[in-house]
Design a protein around this ligand. Structure first.
Ligand code: ZN
Length: 77
């Protein structure tokens, strides 16, 4: 069950897994990645998945840095 986003694995999907990405509005791209957007599970394209994952990672890093700073100076909260 490797290659879940390519080849045989997506043949059974509607339109072979292709459609309009709800994030970037691109049509005819493979929308195989499930993501929660505004509390709703949606299938999005690879690029949007990567963008969202990167944004989440940056946010997590910032929050970690902020909490580390808060630990260093506990009186600030
Ligand atoms: Zn997209």
């Amino acid at each position: 069950m490797s290659k879940a986003h390519r080849g045989k694995g997506i043949r059974t999907l509607a339109n072979h897994g292709r459609g309009k990405c709800p994030v970037c509005k691109k049509d005819g791209v493979k929308i195989l990645y499930e993501m929660e957007i505004d509390g709703e599970k949606k299938n999005i394209c690879k690029m949007c998945k990567a963008t969202l994952a990167n944004a989440a990672a940056v946010k997590a890093k910032k929050e970690a840095a902020a909490s580390a700073a808060a630990d260093a100076a506990p009186a600030s909260v």
